[in-house]
Design a protein around this ligand. Structure first.
Ligand SMILES: *Cc1c(COP(=O)(O)O)cnc(C)c1O
Length: 404
């Protein structure tokens, strides 16, 4: 069959099913206010939680990084792509999240893809063995894909209901007498569709009880959750109690690119040998490495930016609910505004853009049928005036479309 015919047919089906993703190009840098279609609008859809995507200190560090270390590393890490700044950034991340060591990847997607199979597909001196992974039903695509790389012969995969510690416990209990070599519990720290946090204190206790490795992907939490932005472990008071933490440098921490795995020194040393996206993919470019160090320095110096993010979030959540919108309650800047109907979510996001707010809708199959929503993301880059401008637009459009 002609492949382009097949592809066209599928594109038509995606449009028909309303699952086609439209890209709306920005004509400016990422920020609290962005330029779209020649108009300045309030950005409420980005992962730029701390406004570091265009922060003067972060920009300057990126430029200085190029000046001192060039544009590209032109190698993987173990050949000649390790510059001293890569090691420095790894140290900074370890210090920030409270682990022994850290290994950088080109993205968190790559980090997650490189984690699970590097353990479960390796004999490590065991002739016969079986490992098991317990994974939250709503875990990120990169965790799912990472686990797909684990060989079925040696890895059992069990899905527990979303954030359901009792169910996780039940699965672990059922397996108590099985002779698994490794048990891994894997969860997102923050789930991006609901903006809810995994109950890490309870999950950590259960993992410890059953001697399982706890893996937490804190991509939406690094720089966001906890008083000083150290993530969900800080929020739940379990800093240093998580075995493996992964995260992205593409959200709050500058928003460009990069990911990491943090954990015990020997685990990280092992991953440098065995993790394929690390071994066979290029080093992070110096501009990104230096900018990320500046971002962590800003965060470590004082908590002003994180505090502003938390204040903005509390304000927006309170005011949007006061207008009569139904939101999923919580504390995270991700604020799902529930609409139900997919076409309503589409109409509302289009009307809001005209009214000066950039926000996107989510609908089936990304969220369950009948649970279409707009996902607002609050940022420290937004001033009170920006937030009020957005809230006014929400009120106006919400009334016009009879949502409130
Ligand atoms: C965004 C995200 C990723 C992907 O991070 P990249 O660095 O953009 O690849 C992975 N996991 C979770 C939970 C995320 O939210």
């Amino acid at each position: 069959m002609n492949y382009i015919e097949l592809v066209r047919g599928e594109l038509a089906r995606l449009r028909e099913a309303n699952t086609f993703k439209f890209e709306t190009p920005l004509q400016s840098a990422q920020g609290g206010i962005v330029r779209v279609k020649g108009k300045d609008v309030v950005m409420m859809a980005s992962n730029n939680y701390l406004g570091m995507a265009n922060h003067p200190v972060v920009r300057k560090a990126a430029i200085e990084g190029i000046k001192a270390y060039g544009y590209g590393a032109a190698s993987v890490r173990f050949i000649c792509g390790t510059q001293e700044i890569h090691l420095e950034l790894e140290k900074k991340i370890s210090a920030f999240v409270g682990t022994e060591d850290t290994i950088l990847f080109s993205s968190c997607f790559a980090a997650n893809e490189g984690f699970f199979a590097s353990l479960t597909n390796e004999k490590m001196g065991c002739d016969t063995y079986k490992d098991v992974i317990y994974t939250d039903r709503l875990n990120h695509a990169s965790i799912i894909d990472g686990q797909r790389l684990c060989k079925a012969e040696t890895t059992d995969k069990k899905i527990y209901n979303h954030a359901d510690v009792a169910h996780l416990r039940q699965l672990l209990e059922e397996d108590k007498d099985k002779e698994y070599r490794l048990k891994i519990v894997a969860t997102d720290g923050v789930f991006s569709m609901e903006g809810d946090l995994a109950p890490l204190d309870a999950i950590a206790a259960v993992a410890r009880e059953f001697n399982a490795i706890l893996f937490v992907d804190d991509s939406h939490a690094i720089g966001v959750c906890g008083k000083s932005g150290r993530g969900t472990p800080e929020h739940f008071g379990v800093l240093k109690k998580i075995d493996v933490i992964t995260g992205t440098l593409g959200k709050a921490i500058g928003g460009a690119a990069g990911g990491y795995i943090s954990g015990k020194k020997d685990l990280i040393a092992y991953l440098r040998q065995k993790s394929r996206p690390y071994t066979f993919s290029n080093s992070l470019p110096p501009a990104i490495v230096c900018a990320c160090m500046a971002a962590f320095d800003l965060l470590t110096k004082d908590t002003t930016i994180v505090t502003r993010l938390h204040e903005n979030t509390a304000y927006f959540r309170k005011e949007i609910a006061a207008l009569g919108f139904t939101i999923i309650e919580g504390t995270h800047p991700i604020t799902p505004i529930m609409l139900g109907d997919a076409s309503l979510a589409q109409d509302m996001s289009a009307a809001l853009l005209k009214a000066g707010v950039y926000i996107k809708g989510l609908w089936f199959p990304v969220v369950p049928k009948g649970e279409a929503r707009l996902r607002a993301q609050v940022s420290a880059a937004l001033s009170k005036k920006d937030l009020d401008r957005a809230l006014n637009a929400f009120e106006h459009v919400g009334k016009k479309l009879k949502v409130i």
